[in-house]
Design a protein around this ligand. Structure first.
Ligand code: GLY
Length: 375
């Protein structure tokens, strides 16, 4: 039987991928974790319910086009099965009145070698999002005898998992930046909580962003769950809303990472990269000054690209500066329009999850130095 699942990083040749869908997507009501995610001046504050049908259709049209482009590159594309997200989540521990989407598979599924593990999200509205991917997981399990179908420990998400009164409309941007620098986030360390998009995979090393959606307890859990891998905790003090690493720190090929210039990796956290001749360069500036309407993410989705192989990258079609930089870095750039999808949960990388990339678990950091990021 064929091997279906294998991926150790974000740049080896991509052969099979999951692309999300916008169907039935909702804006969730506020809850302890999400009130932090929505910027205070966002028109989404206080708004929740199904997203407008015209926006769903526009997003799905761009997602279909993305699928066509990927298939044209010889990549097999799988799609999730939409659920009716406009329904409450009720567990013994909490209730929230709506779920969210199956657009960003990257937040939910983490592929490490022959294993795909469903995450332990801190948002109550995302508690059942993994179900949209379960038909695919079942198919992979049936057809790939080596596939490990896994689920992280389900967090209970009681009030013990969140800081009370953390959110306050009067918090200034400066105060938010101080909190990020101090690693003071809305989640507590009561139980492991993590979004898969906070994990950057580089073979034997996992670089995990400590932020609003992933806590330190999760990193301790990763360290014990993957004893053969090295886990690093990274933190980007310039980000007032640190959620997901893939609009901040993006590897393009072995030895090269683009870093958001507003969210530079602090000097002391660079040692492991410097000791192994990795170059960290500033990403190009975004082409837009504002994200599209009803969007959770920032303009830095400009760097949320999908690397197809060490020489080929898909960049959002209007992000001309990012495309030009990639070109200068020797990458062949394939432009794909995706801004109509952004509001549904992110960019070209967020909108996918790896199933199969060629390659094995490489050690990109053989020179081990004193490393303050190491968990
Ligand atoms: N969550 C990533 C960004 O908006 O920049």
């Amino acid at each position: 039987m064929p091997k279906i699942v294998n991926s150790w990083n974000d740049f080896d040749p991509l052969k099979r991928v999951i692309v999300g869908r916008a169907d039935n997507s909702c804006i969730p009501p506020e809850e302890p974790a999400t009130s932090e995610k929505v910027p205070i001046d966002s028109p989404m504050r206080g708004m929740w319910g199904p997203r407008p049908v015209a926006t769903v259709e526009a997003a799905n049209a761009q997602l279909e086009n993305y699928v066509t482009v990927l298939e044209g590159l010889g990549i097999q594309v799988d799609r999730p099965t939409p659920l009716q997200w406009n329904a409450p989540v009720i567990t013994p521990d909490f209730r929230t009145d709506s779920m969210m989407t199956q657009m960003p598979p990257r937040d939910i599924l983490l592929t490490i070698g022959n294993e795909i593990i469903a995450s332990a999200n801190s948002f109550r509205c995302r508690y059942f999002e993994y179900l949209a991917y379960w038909p695919l997981m079942r198919e992979y399990f049936e057809n790939d005898p080596e596939f490990k179908w896994s689920q992280a420990p389900r967090p209970r998400l009681t009030d013990k998992s969140y800081k009370h009164n953390y959110y306050d409309e009067r918090i200034s941007l400066e105060e938010r930046l101080v909190r990020t620098a101090n690693k003071d986030f809305v989640t507590t360390e009561y139980e492991p909580m993590w979004d898969a998009a906070d994990v950057m995979r580089l073979g034997k090393d996992l670089f995990i962003q400590h932020g609003l959606t992933t806590n330190r307890t999760a990193m301790e859990w990763f360290k014990r769950y993957y004893p053969d891998l090295r886990v690093h905790a990274v933190n980007f003090p310039g980000d007032p809303y640190p959620i997901h690493i893939d609009a901040t720190f993006v590897p393009l090929r072995p030895g090269l990472i683009i870093n958001n210039p507003h969210r530079r990796l602090p000097e002391e956290q660079r040692k492991i990269f410097e000791a192994n001749d990795w170059q960290i360069i500033d990403a190009a500036m975004p082409a837009h000054e504002e994200p599209p309407p009803l969007c959770y993410s920032s303009v830095w989705l400009s760097m949320n690209c999908l690397v197809i192989d060490h020489k080929t990258v898909i960049v959002e079609a209007s992000e001309v500066h990012q495309a030009e930089q990639m070109d200068k870095l020797g990458m062949n750039v394939i432009p794909v329009p995706f801004r109509d999808v952004y509001a549904f949960g992110g960019g070209l990388h967020c909108g996918t999850a790896d199933v199969y990339r060629e390659g094995t678990c490489e050690d990109f950091f053989p020179n081990q130095v004193e490393d303050p990021t190491r968990v």
